[in-house]
Write a protein that binds this ligand. Structure first.
Ligand SMILES: *Cc1c(COP(=O)(O)O)cnc(C)c1O
Length: 350
């Protein structure tokens, strides 16, 4: 009953096997290994983007921030949602990697940027004067930090605004596969065809050991990205082990299979939770996370039975009024089982 986050899950056995398979003989370092050639070809193929520049890093933070640094100069600002990972969970890495660019926060329900609010924020920034912060880039996350998924039309709407102001659009895709299977769109439709210029394609939260891909649809940033990644200390020397994970991820659509499963488990969890007296959803369940609140007494029973998840957005005391509703975030992964979900649900009622 482990729902704390999808990065608490183990590595998919096929991925582990691929890493072991890669562990024979010699291979050129720093991304010059033959498996990386396959990864590059597979990503270009899946995204229908034969010219895209494709790189791997080991963390989502480095992937986001080295990509953003190529898009937003130090004297600019990046428009993102108030709850964006780059704002709340990267310890100032965007500011650090860009060399000082700031973030301008945009509101919107379920951690999706509201298009009008974005338009308003951009139009009130950087009117060209030397005293003003300049507009740098727009960054959206899908699924969002609240588990909602941007439809293709919603991405297009954001992209249209970005383009109107001549700003590049970055997508934080730490859970890209979960969004993709939720929308039924193709990778191309969800990214460059909708106006996304750069995407970080997550793997770690969906069954890999530690790999994220950065895809730059405009390869003019490729060399700059390579320099920035190296300078940031994120160019892996024994790169073949990163390549092997990503190769297996895409092979036979394992990434989609794992994401579909995680999303289905979240839907099952939501359906069960909504049977519980007093339970309420905080955000729509569109991918693999469930944000809900329910009475403290049921939290206490789950906790005592060993269930692991975060009370959200902050730890709320388990002792107190048994009727009071406490909010929680629960995340399912490729290896969450129906039994895990059902067992958890059974703990909620006495
Ligand atoms: C987890 C996550 C990341 C990447 O985090 P790292 O811990 O740096 O790998 C980026 N964006 C979002 C939305 C995430 O949930």
């Amino acid at each position: 009953m482990f729902f704390a986050s999808d990065n608490t899950s183990p590595v998919h056995p096929k991925v582990m096997e691929a890493v072991v398979r890669a562990n024979t003989g010699y291979a050129m370092p720093y991304g010059n290994d033959p498996i990386m050639d396959e990864v590059r070809a597979a990503i270009r193929d899946r995204f229908e983007a034969p010219e895209a520049a494709v790189y791997l890093t080991a963390t989502g933070t480095s992937a986001n921030c080295t990509a953003l640094a190529c898009l937003a100069p130090p004297w600019s600002t990046i428009f993102c949602h108030t709850n964006a990972h780059i704002e709340e969970d990267e310890c100032g890495a965007p500011e650090f990697y860009t060399g000082g660019a700031k973030l301008t926060l945009v509101g919107g329900d379920d951690a999706r940027m509201d298009a009008n609010a974005l338009d308003h924020a951009i139009s009130h920034t950087g009117r060209g004067g030397v005293h003003n912060i300049q507009c740098g880039a727009v960054s959206l996350t899908s699924p969002t930090e609240n588990g909602a998924v941007y439809s293709v039309a919603q991405i297009e709407e954001i992209a249209l605004i970005a383009k109107r102001y001549d700003l590049p659009l970055h997508m934080d895709g730490a859970r890209f596969a979960n969004a993709l299977v939720a929308t039924n769109a193709s990778p191309a439709e969800m990214t460059w065809k909708a106006g996304v210029d750069a995407v970080t394609l997550g793997g770690t939260k969906n069954g890999l050991m530690g790999v994220e891909a950065v895809i730059l649809f405009d390869a003019k940033h490729a060399w700059e990205f390579e320099l920035r990644r190296k300078r940031a200390g994120h160019l892996f020397s024994k790169h073949r082990y990163l390549s092997a994970q990503m190769q297996t991820y895409l092979d036979g659509d394992l990434w989609l299979e794992m994401a579909r499963h995680a999303n289905a488990m979240a839907a099952r969890l939501k359906d069960g939770l909504m049977q519980l007296e007093g339970a309420e959803l905080l955000h729509p369940v569109e991918a693999n996370s469930v944000f809900a609140r329910w009475p403290r007494a049921a939290h206490k029973r789950a906790h005592d039975a060993g269930a692991k998840y975060y009370l959200w957005p902050f730890a709320q005391p388990l002792d107190g009024d048994p009727e009071e509703l406490l909010s929680a975030r629960m995340v399912c992964s490729w290896c969450t089982t129906e039994d895990d979900v059902d067992q958890f649900l059974s703990t909620l009622t006495p």
